[in-house]
Design a protein around this ligand. Structure first.
Ligand code: UFG
Length: 340
C-alpha cells in the first residue's frame, strides 16, 4: 500500500510541486495548509497534472486543538514534509513577532503531535540563508552557521535546532533539514507556479514581470560586489528538481536502516550565476528583452553563495537534472499564463 506522507504547506509553491512528485513516485500525500498564501485551486491543478486529487484539510498549525483533531483522524501517516511557514524576508523585519510565533509555534505543535502519534520521520524545508556570506565557495554543510540577517532566516535556523534537539531526545524520531539554495521555475505544464503578491521581491518573478511589461525595468541591486561582473551570485535550481530532493530524503528516512538521527543537506546545482548572467540567460532562453538599471545594494544581500552538492549526491543519490534554460523558459511560460 502507498505510504501516507503529510505535507504541511502543500498548496504552496514548493509544496505543490513536491506533492506532484510524491504522487508520481507512488506515495499518498495528505496536505494541510491554512491557505494564507495559497489557493485551494492548487488541488485542481495537481489533479490535472497527476490524475490524482490529494487529500486536503484546512488546518491552522498555530492552533494546537486543530492540529490534534487532524492527527487524531489520520493515524496512518508515515512521515512529514514540513513547508508551512511565513517566508517574506522584508515582512519578517517589520513583523518579527509574527514570524517567530507563526514559524516556531507551528513547528513545535507539529513535533508534539508527531510524538503523540509516534510518527518518526520529518523532512524540514530550510535554507542556505543559515550560511550567511560564506568564507569558502562552494559552501558545504560543515561551514559555520552565521547569525541570521532577518527574523525569517533566524526562524529557519531555530526550527533546524528545535528539530535536531527533538530528534536527539525521541527514540523513534529521525529528521533531515534540506537547505535550499534559490528555487525558481515551475512545472513544465505551466499549471502551477509562484504567485507573488504585489511587487515581487525575488529576482525571477521580477524579471518575468519586466519582460511582460508589468514593470518598466529590473533594478539590479549592486554592481560593485567582488564577483566577476560585480553583481551578486546565487545557485538557482529548478523547483521540480527541488521537489524530487524531498522524495529522495523521505526515501532515505523510511528505507535506510542506518540513516542518522538528524542530518542537514544542501540542495542546489553547485553552479553560481550572477544577476547579470541571469538577465542574459533569460533573454537568450526566451527571446524577450529585459530592460535593467543598476541600483544600490539591497540591505541583507549576501555577495555570493552556491552549494557544494557532494553530500546530496552521496546520501540522497540526488542531483539536479534541469538546467538554467529549462528553469527560465518554464518561468516565462508561467508568467504568460498569469493574470495580473
Ligand atoms: N535581485 C535584484 N533585483 C531584484 C530582485 C533580486 O537584483 O528585483 C538580486 C538580489 O539582490 C540577489 C539575487 O537577485 O542578488 C537573488 O535575489 P532573490 O531575492 O531572488 O533571492 P535571495 O538570494 O535574496 O533569497 C534567497 C531565498 C530566501 C532567503 C534568502 C536569504 O529565496 O528565501 O535567500 O539569503 F531568505
Amino acid at each position: 500500500m502507498a505510504e501516507k506522507i503529510l505535507v504541511t504547506g502543500g498548496t504552496g509553491y514548493i509544496g505543490s510541486h513536491t506533492v506532484i512528485e510524491l504522487i508520481q513516485q507512488g506515495y499518498k500525500p495528505i496536505i494541510i495548509d491554512n491557505l494564507s498564501n495559497s489557493k485551494l485551486e492548487r488541488l485542481d491543478q495537481i489533479q490535472a497534472i497527476t490524475g490524482v486529487r490529494p487529500e486536503f484539510e484546512k488546518v491552522e498549525m498555530c492552533d494546537k486543538a486543530q492540529m490534534e483533531a487532524f492527527f487524531a483522524k489520520h493515524t496512518d501517516i508515515k512521515a512529514v514534509i514540513h513547508f508551512a511557514a511565513l517566508l517574506q524576508v522584508g515582512e519578517s523585519v517589520e513583523k518579527p513577532l509574527l514570524y517567530y510565533s507563526n514559524n516556531l509555534l507551528s513547528t513545535i505543535h507539529l513535533l508534539e503531535c508527531m510524538k503523540q502519534y509516534q510518527i518518526g520521520n520529518i523532512v524540514f524545508s530550510s535554507s542556505c540563508t543559515v550560511y550567511g556570506n560564506p568564507e569558502h565557495l562552494p559552501v558545504n554543510e560543515d561551514a559555520p552557521i552565521k547569525p541570521a540577517i532577518s527574523p525569517y532566516g533566524n526562524t529557519k535556523k531555530m526550527c533546524e535546532d528545535i528539530i535536531r534537539d527533538f530528534s536527539m531526545s525521541e527514540k523513534q524520531m529521525k529528521s533531515i533539514s534540506l537547505r535550499y539554495f534559490n528555487p525558481i521555475g515551475n512545472h513544465p505544464s505551466a499549471l502551477i507556479g509562484e504567485e507573488p503578491h504585489g511587487v515581487p521581491s525575488h529576482l525571477v518573478p521580477y524579471l518575468t514581470q519586466t519582460a511582460k511589461g508589468i514593470r518598466s525595468h529590473l533594478n539590479i541591486f549592486g554592481n560593485d560586489y567582488s564577483t566577476p561582473d560585480g553583481t551578486c551570485v546565487r545557485d538557482y535550481l529548478h523547483v521540480v528538481d527541488l521537489a524530487k530532493a524531498h522524495i529522495a530524503a523521505i526515501r532515505r528516512l523510511l528505507d535506510v536502516q542506518d540513516c542518522p538521527i538528524w542530518d542537514y543537506i544542501n540542495i542546489g546545482t553547485g553552479t553560481g550565476y550572477s544577476v547579470l548572467q541571469m538577465v542574459k540567460a533569460f533573454e537568450s532562453a526566451t527571446g524577450q528583452e529585459v530592460p535593467f538599471q543598476f541600483a544600490p545594494r539591497r540591505e541583507g544581500d549576501v555577495e555570493a553563495v552556491y552549494a557544494d552538492t557532494t553530500k546530496a549526491k552521496n546520501l540522497l543519490k540526488w542531483q539536479t537534472e534541469l538546467d538554467l534554460e529549462d528553469m527560465l523558459r518554464a518561468a516565462w511560460a508561467w508568467e504568460q499564463k498569469l493574470a495580473h
